[in-house]
Design a protein. Structure first.
Length: 135
């Protein structure tokens, strides 16, 4: 008994210490589980934010690409317009000539009809002379 009593004095404080440490371990595990849950929530939020960031970055890149293409088209259009500006004077002159030709068309047709009617009875040699020299 005496040996048991001596040994129990040594073991009993160690058993109490074991119970206290077991309770502390349980509390630490609960805190770890709570912290792990918080960490998982933060990681999920981080992943969703990363995904949103990547989507927005891709949309931004696409808009920049479209803007660059549009700018290039505008520059090409401006170059085309500027190169066509040189022809403006020539086109205006051609338009005026065409208007004048259009006005003269009726008279020219009447003149051609008169020539054909007048020269019809003559032979081809005389008509050729009339066409080259008179008309």
């Amino acid at each position: 008994m005496r040996d048991y009593h001596i040994q129990s004095k040594i073991v009993r404080p160690k058993l109490k210490m074991l119970e206290m440490k077991t309770i502390e371990l349980q509390k630490a595990k609960e805190e770890l589980a709570a912290a792990q849950a918080d960490l998982d929530a933060v990681n999920a939020l981080k992943d969703s934010l990363r995904k949103s960031y990547d989507e927005r970055l891709a949309a931004k890149q696409e808009l920049e690409t479209k803007a660059a293409k549009t700018k290039k088209k505008m520059e090409q259009a401006n170059r085309l317009i500027n190169s066509l500006d040189d022809n403006k004077v020539r086109w205006i002159e051609k338009r005026n000539v065409f208007k004048q030709t259009k006005k003269e068309l009726v008279g020219n047709v009447a003149k051609a009809c008169a020539f054909v009617s007048y020269c019809g009875p003559f032979n081809s040699q005389f008509r050729k002379v009339l066409a080259e020299q008179s008309f």
